[in-house]
Write a protein that binds this ligand. Structure first.
Ligand code: ZN
Length: 310
């Protein structure tokens, strides 16, 4: 009997130690499923990802906008230009989104922030994650309008902190890096990793060489299933080193059809193609929706492609 009790004790301690080790590996993003989540699923305390969770890269012309939706939270990362804000508002409504738990603005350029100003006048936005400082080349008129709307609507502003992570409903948002003292506004972009269920996406805003280097120099794991190519696929961004560090199975470019800047740049497209990474572009595919699956994720686009990237 004593032997049996001892064996049970050894088993219990051993299992606990293993669970803790796996949880640490999950936290460090070395594995993608937490053992505690697994246990909760087995015991029925945590529901499987229900059909309403997805990340949508919006076709919003030469701007950026991504919707992260789960059953219990609505997050939007960047909002495109003011010119496209009507379209964005009705699109959010069509998805059943009446308020945002969190808005993230990677930086103070019109093609990322402009659409949020109009949205603030029509929709409840509870929190905005945005740097309080900005560079000289920011869009000053947009910044002034944004600041006065935030004050008027009493929206809570959250200052990003490098290395922090927060759960917004079922979505995990990690602030990976940003440069507060860069001369160019693009280089101040807040870089993030968003994890929804077992699927993760790295966003770098309009980061270029300087900000990408700072991100890589943090020395943390940047691994994710999807990389949103920086600065609309510009040749100034998405270095070989960054793509290797993220090691995505798919990349997404947000850019306007036939845009003035010739985004995405051929050199970046070739870099992606050479690695056999699946490419999606809002200018050609329209809205791109990625949905977590039990194993990996699936992608559907307005143009009807459906690809499993498991
Ligand atoms: Zn931009």
């Amino acid at each position: 009997m004593k032997k049996l009790k001892f064996a049970a004790l050894v088993f219990a301690v051993g299992t606990s130690v293993l669970l803790v080790i796996f949880e640490i590996l999950f936290y460090l993003n070395i594995i993608s499923i937490s053992p505690f989540q697994g246990l909760l699923k087995v015991t029925g305390c945590l529901q499987e990802n229900n059909d309403s969770s997805f990340i949508e890269f919006c076709d919003i012309g030469q701007g950026d906008c991504t919707i992260v939706k789960s059953a219990d939270s609505n997050i939007v990362i960047d909002f495109g230009s003011a010119d496209d804000s009507d379209e964005l508002y009705y699109h959010l409504k069509s998805l059943g989104i009446k308020e945002l738990n969190l808005a993230v603005v990677t930086h103070y350029h019109e093609d990322h922030l402009g659409g949020l100003c109009d949205l603030l006048e029509r929709m409840t936005v509870k929190n905005i994650l945005i740097n309080s400082s900005f560079a000289e080349d920011c869009d000053k008129e947009v910044v002034t309008r944004f600041k006065s709307l935030v004050e008027e609507r009493e929206v809570r502003l959250i200052e990003p902190q490098i290395g922090t992570a927060a759960m917004i409903g079922r979505s995990k948002i990690e602030v990976l890096s940003f440069l507060n003292n860069a001369d160019e506004e693009n280089e101040r972009s807040v870089c993030l990793r968003v994890t929804l269920s077992n699927m993760s996406v790295v966003f770098t805003g309009d980061s270029q060489w300087e900000a990408e280097t700072a991100l890589l120099e943090r020395g943390i794991s940047l691994k994710a299933d999807i990389l949103k190519l920086g600065h609309h696929g510009s040749s100034t961004s998405s270095s070989e080193k960054l793509i290797n560090a993220v090691s995505p199975s798919a990349v997404v470019v947000s850019c306007g059809y036939n845009n003035f800047y010739n985004h995405p740049a051929n050199i970046v497209l070739e870099r992606v193609k050479a690695k056999g990474i699946k490419l999606y572009r809002t200018d050609l595919d329209g809205n791109i929706t990625v949905t977590p699956e039990e194993s990996g994720f699936s992608v559907s686009t307005d143009r009807g492609n459906k690809n499993d990237n498991t």
